[in-house]
Ligand binder design. Structure first.
Ligand code: SAM
Length: 212
């Protein structure tokens, strides 16, 4: 998702107090940044941020960090935060490839991946956020009991993600191929922008929770 023609988005983000501008300097110090010892949960590829903002509003005892690659997209989340400030949420503009520079070993308790870009060409497989290359990075920053929650409407990407688990040393804790008709897994579900759009078109939503 890339929004065009958002003039000066980088500059507007640079001025925002909700964005952490030097995330690598906070490696190992995120709880200090939040001023508490609450667990750290991150969303990678958060888009316009609806999911992580709703989560943060509902769970004041968790520290949330939203990560997005593009400033034009991140700006939408920043604008929403200006209207509705959340003390337990920070935003970072960063490519997830650099995630191990921003978080220390076992510093994170949960990772959310929602409607990640599918990168359909085989030669781009390692760019997919649930790929084994990314799972290896997540494994470094996640606590040993940490979990990854992945949602998508893309069946091919979901099947790919399941195939990556064993080679990367992960296993399924829970899975559904139709989240919105799975009473147990739907409990407490928070919709993302893409989830709202695709489920209203009748697409089933796939979800996995993985652990080591
Ligand atoms: N998660 C949101 C949702 O469900 O509504 C947005 C989904 S959108 C399809 C995927 C988002 O992931 C885009 O905003 C894209 O810029 C971001 N993204 C893709 N690759 C990324 C990466 N390597 N690092 C950080 N963000 C990334």
């Amino acid at each position: 998702m890339r929004l065009r023609n958002v003039t000066g988005s980088r500059e507007m983000i640079a001025d925002s107090r909700f964005v952490v501008h030097e995330p690598f300097e906070l490696k190992g110090k995120w709880q200090e940044e939040f001023g508490n010892e609450n667990p750290i949960h991150i969303e990678i590829g958060m888009g316009k941020g609806r999911f992580i903002m709703d989560l943060a509003a509902s769970n004041p005892g968790v520290n949330y960090i939203g990560i997005e690659k593009y400033s034009t997209v991140l700006l939408r989340a920043v604008q929403k935060l200006e209207q509705n400030e959340l003390f337990n949420l920070r935003l970072i503009r960063m490519d997830a490839e650099d995630i191990c520079e921003a978080f220390d070993t076992a510093e994170v308790q949960r990772i959310y991946l929602n409607f990640s870009d599918p990168w359909p060409k085989d030669r781009h497989a390692k760019r997919r956020l649930p790929s084994r290359q990314f799972l290896e990075r997540y494994g470094k920053i996640l606590d040993k009991d940490g979990k990854i929650e992945f949602k998508t409407d893309n069946e091919a990407l979901f099947d790919f993600s399941l195939g990556e688990l064993e080679p990367a040393g992960w296993r399924l804790e829970a899975v559904t191929r139709d989240l919105h008709h799975d009473e147990k897994m739907l409990e407490g579900n928070i919709m993302t922008e893409y989830e709202e759009r695709f489920s209203s078109m009748g697409n089933p939503i796939y979800k996995s929770i993985i652990v080591r």
